[in-house]
Design a protein around this ligand. Structure first.
Ligand SMILES: Cc1cc2nc3c(=O)[nH]c(=O)nc-3n(C[C@H](O)[C@H](O)[C@H](O)COP(=O)(O)O)c2cc1C
Length: 208
């Protein structure tokens, strides 16, 4: 006898709802795929542009390569081409406001954008987001055409860790859900302290 499925559940290929291969369908399907959120920046002072992006990929470790996909019409696109570098701040779970700000077409560029970020500068000179988990700093190695986007492949020239005790900002189904399974920030900090203590003890023991 075939195994029983859950009540009311269809089996195998019958469970698929086939959509047309169009933009709405792809957007809808990818909405179910949770991602982290970043703010990508390029330029300094009056020339700063920043944009919220989740189409980012750590491509290669040898050599170190990192990719961001930026819409052809986005202000950031031209700025990265002019500057030849970009930096990617990986946002923490308390930075939804920053994500919303840098995905708004009405946002400011230049000094005002720089002061909204407030996290100093990477080795490329691009501004970073204060309170982010980490930052990846890149010099453009290649630009590939990607339909209505361009794919900027960057050679990684710097990596910074920020406030890693916080959880990541997550984008899912067009919203920013909280990760319920994650311990509270202060608990995870205490946990990390205990892990570091454990690592240190193991290290001491192995040197004996
Ligand atoms: C969570 C999230 C992720 C996004 N990821 C990207 C991305 O990877 N690439 C992109 O070009 N736009 C992305 N966008 C959209 C841009 O941030 C937004 O359209 C921005 O206004 C574009 O810049 P512009 O106003 O200069 O055109 C994303 C928006 C959100 C909310």
């Amino acid at each position: 006898m075939p195994p029983e499925g859950r009540r009311g559940e269809k089996k195998g290929e019958d469970t698929w709802e086939t959509l047309g291969a169009d933009a709405d369908a792809l957007r809808k399907a990818m909405g179910y795929f949770p991602t982290g959120v970043t703010v990508v920046t390029s330029g300094r002072g009056e020339r700063v542009e920043g944009m919220t992006a989740n189409a980012v990929v750590s491509v290669s470790l040898d050599p170190l390569l990192f990719l961001v996909s930026v819409h052809k019409e986005a202000r950031l696109n031209g700025r990265i081409r002019e500057e030849g570098h970009f930096s990617v701040s990986l946002l923490a779970d308390d930075q939804e406001g920053l994500s919303r700000l840098f995905s708004s077409p009405e946002r400011s560029s230049g000094l005002q954008a720089e002061s909204s970020l407030g996290g100093g500068y990477g080795s490329t000179g691009d501004p970073l987001a204060a309170g982010a988990l980490a930052a990846i700093e890149c010099e453009v190695a290649e630009v590939y055409a990607g339909g209505d986007h361009d794919l900027f492949l960057g050679r990684v020239v710097g990596v910074k860790l920020g406030d890693t005790r916080k959880g990541p900002l997550v984008f899912h189904e067009g919203d920013y859900p909280t990760l319920s399974s994650r311990a509270r920030a202060e608990d995870s900090g205490a946990f990390m302290d205990s892990v570091r203590g454990f690592d240190a003890r193991i290290g001491r023991r192995s040197r004996r």
